[in-house]
Design a protein around this ligand. Structure first.
Ligand SMILES: [Zn+2]
Length: 87
């Protein structure tokens, strides 16, 4: 509710995404990988990322799929080369 309120003040759209497995799925290939505290490792494609960053990409991609908002910047971008996150 508070996020909706703050977003509305700033004219930012709020979207809802099913959070299931967002922190365990690989943002590169979709495989269920291994999360160990702040790091994520995918045994399938070798993708290594900060766990929160990996989950964020998954949420963003679900947003594209769920709402078919192909005009969103994130839907046009690539998740192949995420920048290293600060620990
Ligand atoms: Zn992977």
């Amino acid at each position: 509710m508070f996020i909706e309120y703050k977003a509305k003040l700033l004219g930012v759209e709020v979207a809802y995404v099913d959070p299931a497995y967002t922190s365990q799925s690989c943002s590169g290939c979709g495989h269920i990988g291994k999360r160990d505290k702040k790091s994520f490792n995918c045994s399938e494609c070798g993708h290594v990322d900060h766990a929160e960053s990996n989950a964020g990409f998954n949420i963003a991609m679900r947003l594209c799929i769920d709402q078919l908002h192909t005009d969103r910047d994130v839907c046009k971008g690539s998740t192949d080369t995420p920048k290293p996150a600060m620990a």
